[in-house]
Design a protein around this ligand. Structure first.
Ligand SMILES: NC(=O)C1=CN([C@@H]2O[C@H](COP(=O)(O)OP(=O)(O)OC[C@H]3O[C@@H](n4cnc5c(N)ncnc54)[C@H](OP(=O)(O)O)[C@@H]3O)[C@@H](O)[C@H]2O)C=CC1
Ligand SMILES: O=C(O)C1=N[C@H](C(=O)O)C[C@H](O)C1
Length: 244
């Protein structure tokens, strides 16, 4: 299988390219803010037309152009970029009418199993168990809360059958029943730690995940690309791919 990487010179782009041979995947080319950074292609549409799947770990600003290139070429795309807003999600929905798209804030098996556990715990525990989500990442990360923290919050909402707003723990304020608060730490080289705390009178449950390196995200992204290649047009998640 041949892939093109968007965000190729970044931390994830390099991790994916480094792991690709192990999964029998060929990196045909890479694209970055400055244009094509590897492979013999004039631009992103040319790269999109020459590969089986595109993998995007770049920046939300790049999403519209990435979707357009994938759609015109009819090439499936795995989107791992975080910091997406409602307009980005609407654009993904629209493009998924024509091509296969797997969008996820976290490509690791562990986090996606954690999300299933969080959904189950939230459903069993009910709204008088307060939920706080804490995440820590390396000093270079720009978006907060992390996409994974929001994914875990969505899983808790799904379990409870609610739609809690995104609330910033650092902003303070008294909590109301059903609120989900997010707290973000940044520093050093942390690949990605997430903890979901369920707390009620007299007891507490903590469910969490620690990424020890980017290899888990890179492996998951490559496996997602291998799976997505043979899917029909539509929007997919890691849970679809993993059968969770
Ligand atoms: N889903 C998942 O499992 C994971 C998701 N992520 C997410 O992936 C994204 C990338 O993370 P990371 O690799 O650490 O970040 P980096 O900043 O290391 O890499 C991003 C790369 O994308 C490039 N880029 C920026 N803007 C554009 C553009 N408009 N078009 C093409 N390329 C562009 C950057 O170039 P330049 O440096 O010149 O700006 C850089 O090379 C983040 O959103 C992060 O949260 C990260 C890990 C796992
Ligand atoms: O920027 C990162 O590094 C990561 N970003 C993703 C996120 O925002 O959740 C996934 C992972 O935690 C690493």
């Amino acid at each position: 299988m041949r892939i093109g990487i968007i965000g190729a010179a970044g931390r994830m782009g390099q991790a994916i390219a480094g792991l690709a041979p192990e999964l029998d995947v060929t990196v045909a080319g890479g694209f970055d803010r400055d244009g094509v950074v590897s492979g013999d292609y004039a631009d992103l549409p040319a790269l999109a037309g020459a590969v089986d799947v595109l993998i995007d770990f770049s920046n939300p600003e790049a999403l519209a152009a990435n979707l357009e290139a994938a759609r015109l070429a009819g090439t499936p795309i795995v989107i791992g970029t975080t910091g997406l807003g409602s307009d980005h999600h609407a654009a993904i929905d629209a493009a998924a009418l024509r091509i296969a798209i797997l969008q996820t804030a976290n490509t690791s098996l562990g986090v996606n199993v954690l999300a299933a556990l969080v959904e189950q715990a939230a459903q069993k525990l009910g709204p008088d168990w307060d939920i706080e989500i804490v995440e820590m990442h390396h000093r270079h990360k720009v978006d907060a809360p992390s996409g994974t923290a929001l994914l875990l919050g969505a899983a808790a909402n799904a379990g409870r059958g609610t739609a809690s707003n995104r609330l910033d723990r650092m902003a303070g304020g008294a909590r109301q029943e059903g609120d989900i608060y997010y707290a973000s730490l940044r520093g050093g080289s942390v690949a990605g730690d997430h903890q979901v705390v369920f707390a009620t009178e007299g007891e507490r449950i903590e469910l969490g995940h620690r990424a020890e390196s980017r290899a888990i995200f890179a492996r998951g992204a490559l496996r997602a690309a291998q799976w997505l290649r043979s899917q029909q047009a539509g929007r997919y998640t890691m849970a679809d791919m993993l059968g969770l």
